[in-house]
Design a binder for this molecule. Structure first.
Ligand SMILES: [Ca+2]
Ligand SMILES: [Ca+2]
Ligand SMILES: [Ca+2]
Ligand SMILES: [Ca+2]
Length: 616
């Protein structure tokens, strides 16, 4: 059977007038497209007229597009990262077990988590790994998941064995949450094989509690569904973290459909060749067990190809909502109805597909306020020619696709992205965008000029509704092309600068230390729930800086693709604000807590007060 993966066959068909500008900006030269033998073959004849029209539009649009970046100002101090993994003593390689049969999980591995598992105040690193194919067992030490203890001095120690976190099976995603409210963050690992829950014993060891908890993964047609990512979220505000799991497609080792390139090379098939799956929601019963409430809450009604998961109470009704990126099918926005049911509203809300109506290859997702208006926004990654769309929340459950207006659309047109995150990397008070990049296919070079290995990218929020690609000044390590996949974010050294830990297929884990040099201030909030869940996941934070600037964020560990980030909430404060005028926290319990005149430039722990309280 010869199948041409639709990753490339679909891309030049059915171009609608609304995307003609994007079409010509991407290609720059239509002649190049027409002269490519594969594309020429795939172009339907009716497209020829559209190309002539688009060529005319290009003449008008190109000078306008060329002017856009000139309006952006240059950063005073470049955002800069250095890969310190070698000096840190981290030698982890993501082993996805690439096979000639092109088993789909091979191209999707590599989840990373940043958590302070031992409570010493320093974030530690947990990286999950693949397994042998087709056994899907970790047949050797090269497949072990690994936990690295942060020694606080720039070095890390591999403590996997003592911790008991080597894992089993083929692992893809990881999510951190303190499900039993004992103050120690617990770890959930997911993949095509059984998902695993590790309880943190508080003494440097973990115990596998999956079976007792009943969270080994949802079943469909007698088979465990392939999970990609998970999110800890207290959806019913009872103070217990529940567990949302994204499931991908129906898959079996060495039974993938056969997709070939023109020169008869086996290639990964795109997800349209596989059957969709529903996602899973487990409700925490508070006694170490969970109940599968996917059907009861309406989650199971919706079939998709779930990838990254992100959470936010975007409509401010006090109940946390869930966004799931779906691969080549419309993404999901599960609107939480009073902690009882979810309604899937992505289409109506305008975040399911691109502005021109196309389902995208959504991979990494983040869900935070980008433009400092107090309303959580959605940004997700996709493949070349799709853009990494950015949606600003407006009101009445409606988002606005601002990809083109902000410059992100143009900037990402030739990129393939996986893990991503919305963080203020230079502490100027505006959250920037980070994406770990690499192509999904084994040999995309055979199709067009796309590369499998790609550099990472960072887009600086210029603060006027525009973003500037500042990757070129982010350092040589940052620009090295690799087959990047997952990224977790957090302040590894408590210096107020957000670092990034990035995995790459068959590559070593990279610890990108943020070395941005400037005089900007910052603050990080570690929330400790009492009536709310202990980690404070879902708590919304508003701050008023010393200069009067207002910002919002919320507690979450579900960021990007299949990864788990620092639960502390970080704010950059700019150069004129050594104090924070006001911090307002709205806990999931509904309790509102306000702190005033808080010193900047440190990590502050705030405990939920059931009566008006102070910082601790
Ligand atoms: Ca630690
Ligand atoms: Ca715990
Ligand atoms: Ca809500
Ligand atoms: Ca910034």
């Amino acid at each position: 059977m010869l199948v041409i993966p639709s990753y490339y066959s679909r891309t030049y068909e059915n171009e609608t007038p609304s995307c003609l500008l994007r079409f010509c900006i991407y290609n720059c030269c239509l002649l190049r497209v027409k002269s490519h033998p594969r594309i020429t073959k795939l172009l339907p004849t009716r497209t020829t007229g559209r190309i002539l029209v688009s060529a005319l539009l290009c003449v008008v649009a190109m000078p306008l597009a060329a002017q856009a970046p000139a309006a952006l100002r240059s950063p005073a101090s470049p955002i800069r990262f250095e890969d310190i993994s070698k000096s840190a003593g981290i030698n982890f390689v993501t082993n996805s077990s690439p096979t000639p049969n092109r088993n789909e999980p091979e191209t999707m591995a590599g989840g990373v988590a940043l958590l302070d598992y031992d409570g010493d105040g320093y974030l530690d690193i947990y990286a999950v790994n693949g397994a042998a194919i087709p056994s899907l067992n970790k047949e050797g030490s090269e497949y072990q998941n690994r936990l690295y203890h942060n020694n606080g001095d720039g070095t890390f120690t591999d403590v996997t064995e003592k911790a008991g976190l080597g894992g089993a099976g083929y692992n893809i995603g990881v999510a951190v949450g303190d499900y039993d409210n004992d103050g120690w963050p617990d770890i959930y690992v997911v993949g095509p094989t059984a998902n695993q829950l590790f309880h943190n014993n508080g003494n440097g060891t973990f115990t596998g509690v999956t079976l007792k908890a009943g969270v080994s993964g949802g079943m469909r047609n007698g088979k465990k569904m392939w999970s990609v990512a998970a999110a800890w979220v207290d959806y019913n505000n009872d103070g217990l973290l529940d567990l949302f799991v994204s499931n991908y497609v129906d898959w079996e080792a060495n039974h993938d459909p056969v997709c070939m390139t023109a020169d008869q090379q086996r290639e990964y098939c795109d997800p349209t060749f596989y059957k969709s799956l529903p996602n899973t929601l487990y409700r925490n019963n508070g006694d170490g067990t969970f109940t599968d409430v996917s059907a009861a809450t309406g989650i199971a009604e919706h079939l998709g190809k779930g990838m990254g998961v992100a959470i936010a109470d975007f409509d401010g009704d006090g109940y946390t909502d869930i966004f799931v990126g779906n691969d080549e099918s419309p993404s999901f926005l599960f609107h939480n109805l009073d902690g009882k049911k979810f309604e899937e509203i992505a289409q109506q809300a305008g975040v399911a597909v691109s502005a021109d109506g196309k389902a995208l290859s959504a991979m990494g997702v983040d869900f935070r306020d980008v433009n400092n208006d107090g309303k959580p926004d959605i940004w997700y990654t996709a493949l070349e020619k799709e853009t990494f769309p950015l949606f600003f929340y407006q009101s009445d459950l409606l988002f606005d696709d601002v990809s083109i207006r902000t410059g992100i659309g143009w900037a990402t047109m030739k990129m393939s992205g996986w893990g991503n995150g919305i963080y203020d990397f230079d502490n100027d008070g505006w959250k920037d965008l980070f994406v770990a990049r690499g192509h999904v296919l084994a040999n995309p070079e055979k199709i067009l000029s796309w590369s499998r290995a790609q550099p990472n990218s960072i887009f600086r929020n210029v603060g006027n509704g525009k973003f500037e690609d500042v990757s070129a000044t982010a350092g040589a390590d940052f620009l090295e092309p690799r087959v990047h996949r997952c990224v977790a974010f957090g302040d590894l050294f408590n210096d107020g600068r957000i670092d990034a830990v990035v995995s790459s297929l068959e590559g070593r884990l990279q610890v990108f230390r943020n070395l941005t040099q400037n005089q900007n201030h910052w603050i990080e909030l570690k929330l400790r729930g009492t009536k709310s869940n202990r980690m404070g996941i879902g708590a919304r934070v508003k701050i008023v800086g010393g200069d009067g600037a207002v910002q919002w964020n919320h507690v979450t560990t579900s960021v990007g693709y299949a990864s788990s980030s620092d639960s502390r909430v970080h704010f950059g404060l700019g150069s004129n604000a050594a104090k924070v005028r006001e911090i307002e926290i709205l806990w999931p319990s509904g309790i509102k807590q306000t702190l005033r005149d808080v010193q900047a430039d440190h990590v502050i722990t705030i405990e939920e007060q059931t009566s008006p309280g102070r910082a601790q």
